[in-house]
Design a protein around this ligand. Structure first.
Ligand SMILES: Nc1ncnc2c1ncn2[C@@H]1O[C@H](COP(=O)(O)OP(=O)(O)OP(=O)(O)O)[C@@H](O)[C@H]1O
Ligand SMILES: [Mg+2]
Length: 466
C-alpha cells in the first residue's frame, strides 16, 4: 500500500460517512504522514504555511476519528490505517491509484478508482475492479504556488460542481487569485470528471480554434475533422456539445477578458468574438454533465441573464483575502504584526498587491510597516502598470464616473449626480453597473440605500494620474 492508496482509502471512508471528499491539502497531509514526514516538510511540499497545515491537520484528525470511531492523530495514523486495511478488506482492485505519464502533448493521464459505496459495504464486501480514466491537459496553466485559505470559496465551487452547474464564472481584479484558486480546486473535484483541460485566452483565441482544440483533446487526442469549424461556430452549432454529453469534461478558460472590447462597457465582445456569447449560452442551456469555468476581469454580458440560485450558471466574485493574508507578511519577514491588518485593508487583501508592497517594505524600510505607513501617499510602484491595464479598458463615461468617486471621500449616493458629471441618470446607472462588473467599485449600504465608493489603491492611482 502506498501513500496515494492510503489517501484514497481515507477519502472513501470519509466520503461515504459525510458525503464530502477530503480536499487537496488534507490528502497531502495524509500522504505526507504516511511517508513519516513532519508538518514543516508537508507544508513545504504542498506550498502552504506551517500554521495552515497544522490547522488543517487538526481538523482532519477530528474527521477521521469521528468516522473510524477511534482516536486518530499524526503519530498513530499509519499504524491505524495498516490495521484497518489488513483486518477489514483487501485494497487490491479497489484502492489502486496509478499516476500515469505526461505525454508529449503535455497531457497527464491517470486512473483513479470509481466512486465506491462505503463503510460496511467497502469494509466487508469484495469491491469491483473497475477503474475510471481521467485525462488532464493543464499545460496552459501556471504552476501552483503558496496558497492561503479560500476554504469557503473552494467549498462553494465544489458544491456548485457537485450540483451539476454547467457554467461558472470567477470574477475579480488582476492579482486577486482567480487562477490560483482554480488550480487549488482541481485536485478536489478531479474525480468527478473524465477530461480536464485548461486553456488561456491570453492570445485572444477565436472560438473555432478553441473548439477544434477541445474536441481533439476530448476525443482522446485523435485528429478530428470538424467540417467548416468557422461557419459552425458562427452559426452557434456546437459539435463540441456531443463530447460534453458523452463524457464529463471540465474546461477551464482563463484570461477571458481578452475577448472583450476596450473602451466599451464591460463584457462587450471584440468584433469577431461575438460567437463566444452564443457558446456560453449554449453550454448553460443544453443538457450535459460537463462544466465550463471562466476566469475573467469582466463579467460576460450573457451571464447576468443566465445566472441564478437554481440555475446551472453561477458566478463567484472573488474578493481579497482576510486576516489569513498575514501569512504573506510572515513569509516575507515583515515586522510589527499589529500593523498588518491596516496594510491588508489598504491593499484590499489582493495577494499580488500584498506581495508587491511587502517586498517593497522589506527592501526599503527593512520590514518596518509603521515607517511605510507614516508616508502620506500609498505606494503603487509596479501596481501602476497593472492598474493601467484595467483603466485602459474604460469608456469615457466610466472614466468620468470613477474620477468623481475618487474625489468623493465618503461613499457616494448616485441619485445626487453632480453637475460636472454630464451623465443622465440612466447613463450613470449603466456606467456604475459596468464598473461593478469590472470589480472597480464597491457598494456599501447607508441608511438602507446603496452608496458607491472605490478602494484606497484605486483612488491613489486615479489621483496620481491627474
Ligand atoms: N490564496 C492565496 N494565497 C497566497 N497567494 C495567493 C493566493 N491567491 C493568489 N496568490 C498569489 O497572488 C498572485 C496572483 O494570483 P493569480 O495569478 O491567481 O491572480 P489572478 O486573479 O488570476 O490575476 P490575473 O487576472 O492577472 O490573471 C500569484 O502570485 C498567486 O500565487
Ligand atoms: Mg489569472
Amino acid at each position: 500500500m502506498d501513500d496515494r492508496q492510503v489517501a484514497k482509502w481515507a477519502d472513501d471512508i470519509v466520503f461515504s460517512e459525510t458525503g464530502k471528499h477530503l480536499d487537496h491539502i488534507q490528502q497531502s497531509i495524509l500522504r505526507g504522514t504516511w511517508q513519516r514526514q513532519k508538518y514543516p516538510e508537508i507544508a513545504e511540499n504542498c506550498k502552504r504555511s506551517r500554521a495552515h497545515v497544522r490547522k488543517e491537520a487538526s481538523k482532519l484528525w477530528k474527521i477521521l476519528s469521528e468516522t473510524l470511531g477511534e482516536d486518530i492523530n499524526q503519530s498513530n495514523f499509519r499504524s491505524t490505517a495498516e490495521r484497518w486495511q489488513f483486518s477489514n478488506f483487501s485494497i487490491t482492485g479497489n484502492g489502486c491509484v496509478q499516476i500515469g505519464k505526461v505525454s508529449t502533448d503535455g497531457s497527464l493521464s491517470f486512473t483513479v478508482p470509481e466512486p465506491t459505496q462505503k463503510n460496511e459495504d467497502i469494509l466487508n464486501k469484495p469491491t469491483e475492479n473497475a477503474t475510471l480514466t481521467v485525462r488532464q491537459d493543464l499545460a496552459d496553466a501556471p504552476e501552483p504556488n503558496l496558497f492561503y485559505n479560500r476554504t469557503s470559496e473552494l467549498t462553494t465551487l465544489e458544491n456548485w460542481i457537485l450540483g451539476r452547474t454547467r457554467l461558472i464564472t470567477i470574477l475579480g481584479l488582476s492579482g486577486i487569485g482567480k487562477t490560483a484558486l482554480t488550480l487549488q480546486l482541481i485536485p478536489q473535484i478531479q474525480h468527478e470528471f473524465d477530461y480536464i483541460i485548461w486553456r488561456s485566452l491570453r492570445n485572444s483565441l477565436p472560438l473555432a480554434s478553441l473548439q477544434t482544440d477541445l474536441i481533439k483533446f476530448c476525443s482522446g487526442g485523435a485528429t478530428v475533422f470538424v467540417p467548416y469549424p468557422e461557419e459552425r461556430a458562427i452559426a452557434g452549432g456546437l459539435p463540441l456539445l456531443e463530447y460534453l454529453r458523452s463524457h464529463r469534461c471540465l474546461i477551464i478558460l482563463d484570461d477571458i477578458q481578452t475577448i472583450f472590447s476596450s473602451q466599451q462597457l464591460a463584457g462587450n465582445y471584440q468584433p469577431g468574438y461575438e460567437n463566444y456569447g452564443a457558446f456560453f449560452k449554449q453550454i448553460t442551456e443544453s443538457s450535459h454533465n460537463s462544466c465550463l469555468i471562466l476566469l475573467s476581469w469582466e463579467k460576460p454580458r450573457e451571464i447576468a441573464a443566465l445566472e441564478g440560485e437554481n440555475r446551472p450558471c453561477k458566478s463567484l466574485q472573488l474578493n481579497g483575502l482576510g486576516p489569513e493574508a498575514q501569512e504573506i507578511f510572515t513569509e516575507k519577514g515583515l515586522a510589527e504584526p499589529e500593523k498588518w491588518s491596516e496594510l491588508i485593508d489598504l491593499y484590499r487583501g489582493n495577494p499580488l498587491w500584498l506581495n508587491i508592497v511587502a517586498t517593497f517594505i522589506q527592501d526599503l524600510f527593512g520590514g518596518s510597516v509603521s515607517e511605510f505607513l507614516s508616508y502620506d501617499t500609498l505606494f503603487l510602484g509596479d501596481l501602476e502598470s497593472l492598474l493601467h491595464q484595467h483603466f485602459d479598458r474604460l469608456t469615457a463615461s466610466e472614466q468620468q464616473a470613477i474620477a468623481w468617486l475618487a474625489n468623493t471621500p465618503e461613499p457616494a449616493d448616485i441619485s445626487k449626480i453632480p453637475e460636472n458629471l454630464q451623465l443622465s441618470p440612466p447613463e450613470l446607472l449603466k456606467v456604475m453597473q459596468s464598473l461593478g462588473r469590472r470589480s472597480l467599485v464597491e457598494t456599501v449600504k447607508q441608511n438602507g440605500r446603496s452608496h458607491f465608493t472605490i478602494g484606497p489603491i484605486i483612488r491613489e492611482y486615479i489621483t496620481n494620474k491627474k
